[in-house]
Each structure stands twice: as structure tokens, then as C-alpha cells.
Ligand binder design. Structure first.
Ligand code: BTN
Length: 253
């Protein structure tokens, strides 16, 4: 068993099992900064009600990484939402450090991480719904498929071990925690532009034809950019659409 070595900014709460680490983190975050400061990290070996984006279930058997960070950034809610891109870069670096050399890692908008073109990790950022000023807390949830992955998903999934990389959940957690600290410092010091450019460098499908499923419609066009707020810029027959929430699929180009 690996002894965990986390940077001192994190206060670790380790759970054998819980419903959702995001839910645990939310309950603790509202109890206040004094007891649960920025950097409180809730890590569970399994979740019984893991949640994904857009109300989906996140399969959470033992063997994968499930963590949520309580963050208390002193910025508006809109700016705080940039933290999902910060986390995606941190996951990218972490997986690059621990996955098989030569394996392709890519980021998929808004914040999925792909290994060999299949989803290996996801990010779920949650906050107080109605806060216009700086939110008192933001919960950053991260799930990484280390040894298990769901079959029959619309977008294919994989795990580190499926791609021949046998690393422990602990090693994955450490690698993420270290690189998140680096990227979060970069974001705090240099702002979103550096994050945006680095994210674009690692993006799958930039300049290519994509389909984006929105709540009620599907748009097809060229994936042109992400803007200064993190919205996807889609060029549809010469008209730019800025998309803040949706599901991206890559079309044969
Ligand atoms: C996605 O749909 O891609 C986001 C998945 C986020 C899953 C993680 S696992 C830890 C944390 N707790 C949850 O219930 N969800 C997030």
C-alpha cells in the first residue's frame, strides 16, 4: 500500500464509502471555512450515488479514484467556473506522468479527459446556485477510471489498467493533487488566458467538424475555439455560436 504524500495545502478526509464525495464536500463546505478551508479534499474508495454531468450517474465501484475538493476562490461564480479547465489540465499532466509512454491523452470540451480516444476521467464542478458575488465555496469533483470503466456508454470509456497501465488509486490521487496545485497557482497568478491556451493545445478536434447536442437542438459545425469564458465557439456556415453547455461528438472529417 502506498503511503500518501500530498502537498500541505490539502487537508485530507478519507472515506471507505459514501454516496457522492461532491455531496459530502457540499455538506462540509456549508459548515464554514474555519473547519473546512480551501483545499479540503474528500477521497472515497467507492461511491454508492456518484454523479456525473447533466444529471447522469457516475459508476463508482472500488478500484477507481473519486475525490472532491472544497475550494474557496475569491472570484465571481463565472470566473470560478474556469476551475474545471484548470482541473482538466491538472488531470492531463497527472495522467501523462503515470500512463504508458506513447499513449495519447486529449481534452474534450467541456472537461473530459480521453486516453486513446476514450473517456478515462471526468470533472463535476458544483457551487451555490444563486451566488452572483464570490461564492463561499465551489466543489470540484474528479473521477478517474483506474481499474474499472463502464461499458455501453454513448461515448466510449476506458481505464488506465485497460490501456496497460497498472497504477494504484493512491498514485493517481497524488499525481492529480500535485499538478492541480501547480495549475491552480498559475490560474491565480496569470489568469485564464494561459489556461485557455494550454487547454486548446491539448484539445481533441480543434478545427474539425463536430456535433454539439444542446438541451433541445443539435448543432453541427467547425470547432473553432474556446472563448475567454470557456464557451465553445462553433462555426456553423460562417456564423459563430457560443455554447456554454452541451455534449460534443466528433464527426468523420
Ligand atoms: C462527468 O460526467 O464526466 C463528471 C464525473 C464526475 C465524477 C466525480 S467522482 C467524484 C465526484 N463525486 C461525484 O459524485 N462526482 C464526482
Amino acid at each position: 500500500m502506498t503511503v500518501l504524500k500530498l502537498p500541505s495545502v490539502y487537508k485530507l478526509i478519507e472515506l471507505e464509502s459514501c454516496g457522492s464525495t461532491n455531496e459530502e464536500a457540499r455538506k462540509l463546505a456549508i459548515l464554514g471555512e474555519q473547519n473546512y478551508p480551501n483545499g479540503t479534499l474528500i477521497w472515497a474508495k467507492e461511491q454508492t450515488a456518484g454523479r456525473g454531468r447533466r444529471g447522469r450517474v457516475w459508476d463508482s465501484p472500488e478500484g477507481n479514484l473519486y475525490l472532491s475538493l472544497i475550494l474557496r476562490p475569491d472570484v465571481s461564480l463565472r470566473k470560478a467556473s474556469q476551475l474545471s479547465f484548470v482541473a482538466a489540465l491538472a488531470l492531463f499532466d497527472a495522467l501523462e506522468n503515470i500512463s504508458e509512454p506513447g499513449h495519447q491523452i486529449k481534452l474534450k470540451w467541456p472537461n473530459d479527459v480521453l486516453l486513446q480516444d476514450k473517456k478515462v476521467a471526468g470533472i463535476l464542478l458544483e457551487s451555490q446556485a444563486d451566488s452572483k458575488e464570490a461564492p463561499a465555496w465551489v466543489i470540484l469533483g474528479v473521477g478517474v477510471n483506474v481499474t474499472r470503466f463502464p461499458k455501453n456508454t454513448v461515448f466510449p470509456s476506458t481505464s488506465l489498467s485497460e490501456e496497460n497501465r497498472s497504477v494504484s488509486v493512491e498514485t493517481t490521487l497524488q499525481a492529480f493533487a500535485r499538478s492541480f496545485q501547480r495549475w491552480a497557482n498559475s490560474w491565480a497568478q496569470d489568469g485564464f488566458e494561459k489556461i485557455r491556451l494550454n487547454w486548446l493545445e491539448r484539445a481533441l478536434g480543434l478545427g474539425q467538424k463536430i456535433e454539439v447536442n444542446l438541451e433541445t437542438v443539435t448543432l453541427e459545425g467547425i470547432f473553432k475555439d474556446i472563448d475567454k469564458h470557456g464557451a465553445l465557439v462553433l462555426d456553423k456556415d460562417g456564423t459563430e455560436h457560443r455554447i456554454t453547455a452541451g455534449e460534443v461528438y466528433f464527426l468523420n472529417n
